[in-house]
Write a new protein. Sequence first.
Length: 326
Amino acid sequence: MTAANMRGLTLVELLVATVLGVLVLGASLHFYLASLQGTQDTLGVARVQEAGRLAMELIGNDIRGAGDPLCDRRHAVTVLLAERQRPFWVSLAEPVQGLPAAALTGFEDPPLVTGNAPGQRLPDMPALRLWTTTALALATPGQSTSNQPIAVIGSDLPEVGAPVLVCDFSNTVLVRATTTGTAIGHAVPANCVDYFSMGEACPGQPVPPAARYRFGADAAFGLPRQVRWFVGNDEAGTPSLYRQELMDGEVVASGVVSGGVTHFSLRYLLDAQADYVPASQVSAAQWNQVHAVDVQLHLESSTGAAADAYIVRSFRQTFSLRNRLP
């Protein structure tokens, strides 16, 4: 091999090759970052879309089932609990009630606290209170004596002390279970009387045994729950949509359904009206006339690309109460 063939690259050639390599690497990096950002944006949109879809599905299920008595909606719930005058149980007669955005306080026993701390309802945001019933997989083998525990078949039993809804297509009552197992007891003093009747919940005069009501094989059982929806800050200080569940006047579950809420509105359709109205235009006597709720929710999420880069999605849907349908 001659000396000419062994000649290496000149400095200029090395510099040109280096520059070309840097340009190719830079272009590759640019396309990679652009692709990565596009993937992040797509995932961000998917997350916001899924969060909104889940929130609307959950609140829709609660609204549709509000006031569902399990059996026959034509019969009001007769409350036999000893503490039937407690505001928490009095509100059972109103399966749907909204709180105006401008209200400083709302809902009682327990109250829904307004403030900026995590889990509190944010000022200038509306709230919604609903009553729903969780059905129990129980059956009765036959008629039970009115003042005796109701015989049941099944393993989905309520706890002793739990309020239980018992109904058929003629009567609906709410009692506190005093025994459980093969039969659900409803004795005093947990209940105002130890028998069932038609009409007045706790009559001043005892009802003769012949006039007392007996539940039979068509009886159904359920657990009444109060559900509240509102917007509050999460632990990171982000406005978020909360779902709160209460049983027997105590909060048993409360958590964030979706974060990044920038707008939340609730409007109600009353009997014989064509337009939806906010809670501020619904009187206390009109809440039993609500048969549909219009829900609007706006969610926002940062893409992470820049401080002012956000993904915004809006959700809107109308839900009808099943027990108010014609």
